[in-house]
Design a protein around this ligand. Structure first.
Ligand code: SF4
Length: 476
C-alpha cells in the first residue's frame, strides 16, 4: 500500500486474500446472490422496465452534456430557498469547507448519513484531525467505522460481515452485551446512535439526486437515519457530486423507480427525503443548510468524450451484484472506496490511471454489468478504453506481459492454420490426461497458465473436438 491509502494496483493481493478465506467467499456469494435475485424479481413486475432505463439514460445524457447550465440553475435555486452553496475542486477543499462550517457552528460532534463521496474525500479523517468526532449512522457504515475499514460494497458497505463479526465489534467497541440475534444487534446500534443524534451540532449527508429545477437534494434510505441526520442537528451539510443533477422534479419518478429495484429489489426505499433549503418559520429542520458541490476529478471525466458516460451512474450497485469477478474477490480487493465494475471505471478516473492501472483488467468483459445497468452504461467498452490508457501510461506492464502476448500470438497464428490447430488441440488433449479430473484442471505447472490455476480451475478440453463431432453429425 502506498501512503495515499490507494492500493488498487495490488488487486491481485487483495483478491488472493478473499479467495483464501472461505467465510468471506460465502458472505459475498450469499449476499450478492440475494440482491441479484431480488432485483430480477422486482424488475419483472414492472411493465416497460426497459423503456424506463432508456428514459433514465436520456435524462442523464442531457444533464451531463449541459452540466454547466444545470449546475448554475441548481445553485441559484438552493440559495433562493435559503441554503448556502460551496464549490470544491478537490478532496482537500471539501474537507476544509466541512471543518470550517463545523468550527463556525461550534459543532464538536457530527452525525453522518451514508455517503460514498464522504468516503472518497475521507472527511472523517479531516474532522478527527480538527478534534471533531464524526459518527456514521447508517448501520452498515457504523459497523465498518468500528472495524476501521472501507465499504466493501457501494450500497451494502458491511456486506462481508457476519452476525458474529458484528457482535464481536459491538462488544469490543461499544461495550455491548454479546448476542448474534439480528434484532438485538440492531437495537444496540440504535441505542448508541440515538444518543449521538441528540448531541450532534451538525449532520452530514450525501445526495442521491439533486434537482436543478427546484434546488432540492433527494435522499433515499431504509433506516431513517438520514432523516435524523438532516433534520435534528442545527446545521446540515450535503456533499453533492456534480454529476448527481437531474433537470426536473418530474424526472425523479423515473430514477426512484429504477434505483430501489436495481439496488435492493425494493419498489421504493422506506424513506425518500426532499430537502429544499433550511427550515422556514413554523417548520422542523436545520437552521442552516450547506450544499458542497464536489468535482474531485469529475470534470476530467467530463472532458473525455468516451469516459463521460461514467457520470450517468446512479450508484445502485447492480453491476457489483452481477459481476463474476466482484462476487469472487469482494470489494476490498479493489483497493479504494469504489469497487466492482463501476469502481474499475471511477477509481482510475478520479485518482489517475497510474494509481489504478490494474483495475480495468479485473474484468472478463462478459457484459453482465452492462445488461443490468439501469442507465445502460457500456461498462465493458469503457474498460477497454481504460485498458489502452493503462498500457500507454505503464510501459513496464507491457514487458511483464510478454509471455501473455507471445501466447496470444501463437494462438492467433494457430487459428489461421487449420491443420496445425487440429494437431495442437489433439496434442493438448493427450497432454491433459494427467491433469484433468471430472472436466476441470486444478493445476497447470507451466507459466503463464500456472498463473491462472493459482486462483481458479481451468476447464479441460472436451473429450471430442467440435470439428470431429461436426463431421460425425453431418455423416449421420
Ligand atoms: S454502473 Fe450502472 S449498474 Fe453499476 S452502480 Fe452505476 S448505475 Fe448501477
Amino acid at each position: 500500500m502506498d501512503d495515499t491509502g490507494i492500493h488498487s494496483n495490488e488487486i491481485h493481493v487483495g483478491a488472493s486474500r478473499t479467495l483464501g478465506n472461505a467465510r468471506l467467499l460465502e458472505a459475498y456469494r450469499a449476499s450478492t446472490l440475494r440482491l441479484y435475485t431480488h432485483r430480477l424479481q422486482a424488475i419483472s413486475e414492472v411493465p416497460g422496465f426497459e423503456r424506463l432505463c432508456d428514459r433514465a439514460r436520456e435524462v442523464k445524457r442531457e444533464v451531463i452534456e449541459h452540466l454547466d447550465s444545470y449546475l448554475a440553475q441548481f445553485a441559484d435555486n438552493v440559495e433562493r430557498h435559503g441554503g448556502k452553496v460551496h464549490w470544491a475542486s478537490t478532496a482537500e477543499e471539501v474537507c476544509r469547507i466541512v471543518v470550517d462550517i463545523a468550527h463556525h457552528s461550534g459543532a464538536r460532534e457530527v452525525v453522518k448519513a451514508k455517503s460514498m463521496l464522504g468516503e472518497e474525500v475521507e472527511v472523517n479523517h479531516a474532522l478527527a484531525a480538527a478534534g471533531i468526532r464524526a459518527m456514521e449512522t447508517d448501520l452498515g457504515e457504523f459497523i465498518i467505522q468500528l472495524a476501521g475499514e472501507r465499504p466493501a460494497h457501494i450500497v451494502a458497505p458491511a456486506i462481508h460481515k457476519t452476525r458474529e463479526d458484528v457482535s464481536e465489534l459491538f462488544v469490543t467497541h461499544i461495550q455491548a452485551e454479546r448476542t448474534v440475534v439480528p434484532e438485538q444487534l440492531t437495537a444496540i446500534a440504535r441505542r448508541a446512535l440515538r444518543e449521538m443524534f441528540q448531541k450532534a451540532g451538525m449532520g452530514m449527508s450525501g445526495a442521491n439526486f439533486a434537482v436543478a429545477e427546484t434546488g432540492t437534494v433527494v435522499l433515499v434510505e431504509n433506516e431513517g437515519n438520514i432523516r435524523m441526520c438532516t433534520t435534528v442537528p442545527r446545521v446540515h451539510v450535503a456533499l453533492v457530486g456534480i454529476e448527481k443533477l437531474i433537470p426536473r422534479l418530474a424526472d425523479l419518478g423515473v430514477f426512484l423507480r429504477l434505483l430501489g429495484r436495481s439496488s435492493t429489489g425494493q419498489k421504493l426505499t422506506t424513506y425518500t427525503s426532499f430537502l429544499t433549503g433550511p427550515r422556514r418559520p413554523g417548520e422542523d429542520g436545520p437552521e442552516e443548510m450547506h450544499v458542497i458541490m464536489v468535482d474531485n476529478g469529475r470534470t476530467a471525466a467530463l472532458a473525455d468524450p468516451k469516459m463521460r458516460e461514467m457520470l450517468y451512474c446512479i450508484r445502485c450497485g447492480a453491476c457489483l451484484n452481477t459481476c463474476p469477478v466482484y462476487r469472487k474477490i469482494g470489494g476490498h480487493a479493489y483497493g479504494w472506496v469504489y469497487s466492482g465494475p463501476i469502481g474499475a471505471l471511477v477509481t482510475p478516473e478520479l485518482v489517475g490511471i497510474g494509481q489504478a492501472r490494474e483495475l480495468p483488467f479485473a474484468s472478463s468483459l462478459c457484459g453482465a454489468c452492462r445488461e443490468v445497468c439501469p442507465v445502460r452504461i457500456n461498462i465493458p467498452d469503457l474498460l477497454l478504453h481504460l485498458r489502452s490508457q493503462a498500457q500507454e501510461h505503464a510501459p513496464k506492464r507491457q514487458e511483464s506481459l510478454l509471455p501473455e502476448r507471445l501466447m496470444f500470438r501463437l494462438w492467433a497464428w494457430g487459428m489461421r492454420h487449420p491443420l496445425l490447430y487440429a494437431l495442437g488441440t489433439r496434442l493438448a488433449r493427450w497432454g491433459q490426461v494427467l491433469l484433468a479430473r471430472r472436466g476441470w484442471i486444478r493445476k497447470i505447472p507451466l507459466f503463464p497458465a500456472s498463473q491462472w490455476t493459482k486462483g481458479r480451475d481451468f476447464p479441460a478440453l472436451a473429450p471430442k473436438a467440435f470439428r470431429d463431432r461436426w463431421k460425425q453429425l453431418r455423416g449421420e
